[in-house]
Ligand binder design. Structure first.
Ligand code: DGL
Length: 253
């Protein structure tokens, strides 16, 4: 019996969860949205580590045998600490710099992420590995998480917010843009619309979620964690008001 705990600061991790369900549709899952403490982007690593200990303890109490940090910021701040303190396997987010670097034709890639992710050693190490091959331009997606948490995924306000962070990357020549925060894929339609309006319709946005889902399959196998539970199911939990429309859309399929 495998129960997998998935967490994010809010609804963003659903962009990872939907990919997990594509490859592992028959497990038991608990998805925890820590929306009473969202956004994580500007919080200190110590604060995020404490939140993650509480969430991990809850998952363990419920019998989880593996956990997914469907949040780049939480991965950057806490995954090493969790691995040193707990014995279950943890799967985290990887900034998709490699596929972006391999695919770019202009030699410039853009990364959109939270401040916490961009400061984290995981991202800085990854960036260092590709620094000789490509130029990397970064921007915090200012206001993106708030848009997604409140379900404002498109329309003039979303476009204005998205344009502010996206345009400098496009103007710098980026033809591949890494979505380094799990909330951002929900803004993909708006990102593509704004890019096209600005004359950069061919830019590609890269979401690492499918790779993370495949990694989870590998980790479960490595740890001998049984796949295909005899009682598959999904439970959603939230530390704040679970009012977001995305949950509803997710549940309705
Ligand atoms: N979804 C998160 C991430 O991937 C966190 C966003 C936030 O809470 O600031 O980074």
């Amino acid at each position: 019996m495998a129960l997998i705990g998935i967490m994010d600061s809010g609804v963003g991790g659903l962009s990872v969860f939907r990919e997990i369900l594509r490859v592992l549709p028959k497990e038991r899952y608990i998805y925890f949205a820590d929306n009473a403490h969202c956004p994580y982007g500007e919080k200190t690593p110590g604060y995020i580590q404490d939140r993650l200990r509480s969430i991990t303890n809850h998952f363990l109490w419920r019998g989880a045998s593996a956990m997914v940090l469907a949040c780049n910021t939480a991965t950057a701040a806490a995954i090493e600490t969790l691995r040193s303190e707990y014995s279950i396997p943890f799967v985290g987010m990887e900034p998709a710099v490699k596929p972006a670097a391999l695919g770019t034709e202009t030699g410039v890639i853009g990364v959109l992420a939270t401040a916490g992710t961009l400061k984290g050693s995981k991202y800085l190490n990854t960036k260092g590995r590709f620094a000789d091959d490509v130029r990397i331009e970064e921007r915090v997606g200012e206001g993106f998480v708030e848009l997604v948490e409140s379900g404002r995924l498109c329309g003039p306000e979303a476009e204005k917010t998205v344009r502010k962070s996206l345009l400098p990357l496009l103007e710098a020549g980026a033809d591949r843009i890494v979505l380094g925060c799990t909330h951002y894929p929900f803004l993909l339609g708006t990102l593509q619309k704004v890019a096209a309006e600005e004359g950069y319709a061919s830019v590609r946005f890269i979401d690492p979620a499918p790779a993370v889902a495949r990694r989870l399959v590998g980790v479960l196998k490595e740890h001998g964690i049984a796949l295909a539970d005899d009682r598959p199911g999904i439970e959603f939990l939230a530390s704040g008001q679970p009012e977001d429309k995305l949950f509803q859309q997710f549940i309705e399929g």
